[in-house]
Design a protein around this ligand. Structure first.
Ligand SMILES: [Zn+2]
Ligand SMILES: [Zn+2]
Length: 365
C-alpha cells in the first residue's frame, strides 16, 4: 500500500508538522506497543508494518525540521498571515506541503491554440476547480491534543466485548486510531481533511513562439486574483493548420493556388502569413517566394523565420469564347514574330533542333 506523507503522520498519531524528534518518539512508542513479540493481538503484525511504512515514508520525504535546523515548523499557522508571503506559505500548507523539503502542489493543464496564436503570443483564460486541504488541520482531519487518549488510556487498544458483555479480545481504539495519543476531529472540515472544491480563473500570457508540446510553468505565488494557490504546468497544444506547415527552424510553408492569368500578368496578390496578409509582387518566371522574417519565431520570443509560399497557377479547364479569342491573339504575337524577337532560350532550342538528326532517319541523306 502506498502511503502519502500526510497519511503517514496520521498513522503515527501526529500532526503533519511534527518534528523529527516527535516522529521518532512516536515510532518507538508504537513499535514497543505493537511489536508482534509483545502483542499477540490479531492485527499486530499488520499494524507494525503500517507503523514502519509510515516512518519510512516520512523519512523518505524528509523531516520537517531538517531544512530549518532550529526545529521550528516552517509553515505559518492559520490566522497569523499578515502579508503576501505568509499567505503564500499558507497556500503551500493548504496544498499538503507542510515541510520545506516537499514541493508545492502542481496542477497539470493543457491549452489548445491556433498556429497564429502560438506565433504572436496570446492571453488565455484558464478556468478550473481545486480542492484545498483543510487549512485548520492541514489535511489531517484531526488535531493532535497530546497526552494519552481518554478512551483507551494511551494503549491504542480497547477490549472488544460481545453483546452480552464478555471480553473477546482487543480492537484498535477508534478515538486515536490506535496511536494512543489524544486527538480531536477537526471541526473546520468535519474530519475530511479537505475543503469544498473552489473555482479558479487566471489569465495566462502565452509568449510568441511556443511549439506544440511545450511546457509552460506558472509560479502559483505570482498569480493574483482567483488563483488556484498552486503552481500550474501547462502543456501547449497547437492545432494543425489548414494551409500552413511549420518547419523545425520556424519556416512556415504554404502552397497557394493562384489564377494562372494573374501570375502571367505579374499581378500583385495578397498572401496569408501567420500574422496576417502581405502583398506579394508576382513574377511570371517564379513559383516560389520567400518572405523574410514573416514566418514563425525561431525560438520562443525570438526573431521570426521566413514564410515560403509556393504558387500553383490554375488555368481554367475550359476557356470562354472571349478567353480563347484573346489567347489566340496573344500567341499569334509570338508565333509570327521574327526569330530575333524571341527569348534567347527559345532561339537556342530552335538552333539545337535544326542540327538534330533522328536515329530513324536515312543515314547520310
Ligand atoms: Zn480540518
Ligand atoms: Zn485511544
Amino acid at each position: 500500500m502506498e502511503l502519502d506523507t500526510d497519511n503517514a503522520f496520521a498513522e503515527l498519531g501526529l500532526a503533519p508538522d511534527a518534528t523529527e524528534r516527535e516522529v521518532k518518539a512516536a515510532w518507538r512508542r508504537l513499535a514497543s506497543q505493537w511489536h508482534p513479540d509483545r502483542n499477540d493481538s490479531a492485527g499486530a503484525v499488520a499494524r507494525m508494518q503500517r507503523i514502519n511504512q509510515a516512518f519510512e515514508e516520512i523519512r523518505r520525504a524528509g523531516f520537517n525540521d531538517r531544512a530549518g535546523g532550529d526545529g521550528d515548523t516552517p509553515v505559518t499557522p492559520t490566522g497569523d498571515a499578515t502579508d503576501g508571503s505568509d499567505a503564500d506559505q499558507q497556500a503551500e500548507a493548504a496544498s499538503g506541503a507542510a515541510g520545506t523539503q516537499r514541493q508545492r502542489r502542481t496542477l497539470h493543464r493543457k491549452l489548445r491554440m491556433t498556429l497564429e496564436q502560438a506565433a504572436s503570443g496570446c492571453i488565455k483564460v484558464l478556468r478550473g476547480k481545486v480542492t484545498d486541504n483543510c487549512a485548520s488541520c492541514r489535511g489531517a482531519g484531526h488535531h493532535v491534543l497530546g497526552g494519552n487518549c481518554a478512551k483507551c488510556g494511551g494503549s491504542g487498544a480497547i477490549p472488544k466485548r460481545a453483546f452480552f458483555g464478555w471480553p473477546t479480545g482487543v480492537a484498535e481504539c477508534d478515538a486515536c486510531l490506535g496511536g494512543g495519543i489524544a486527538r480531536q476531529v477537526c471541526a473546520a472540515c468535519a474530519g475530511v481533511g479537505k475543503m469544498a472544491p473552489r473555482s479558479y480563473q487566471i489569465n495566462v500570457r502565452i509568449p510568441p513562439g511556443v511549439r506544440h508540446g511545450a511546457l509552460l510553468h506558472v509560479d502559483g505565488r505570482r498569480v493574483s486574483g482567483e488563483g488556484p494557490a498552486a503552481d500550474i504546468e501547462i502543456r501547449i497544444e497547437v492545432s494543425r493548420h489548414e494551409f500552413f506547415e511549420l518547419d523545425d527552424d520556424g519556416t512556415i510553408r504554404c502552397e497557394m493556388p493562384i489564377d494562372g492569368f494573374a501570375w502571367i500578368a505579374n499581378r500583385q496578390v495578397k498572401v496569408p502569413t501567420v500574422t496576417g496578409y502581405q502583398m506579394l509582387q508576382l513574377s511570371r518566371d517564379r513559383l516560389t517566394y520567400r518572405l523574410e522574417g514573416m514566418g514563425f519565431p525561431v525560438q520562443c520570443r525570438g526573431p521570426r523565420a521566413d514564410h515560403v509560399v509556393t504558387l500553383v497557377p490554375i488555368f481554367p479547364q475550359q476557356l470562354s469564347t472571349d478567353q480563347q479569342i484573346l489567347l489566340d491573339q496573344l500567341s499569334a504575337t509570338t508565333l509570327g514574330a521574327d526569330e530575333e524577337a524571341l527569348d534567347e532560350r527559345l532561339r537556342a532550342w530552335n538552333r539545337g533542333l535544326r542540327g538534330w538528326k533522328t536515329a530513324t532517319g536515312p543515314d547520310g541523306a
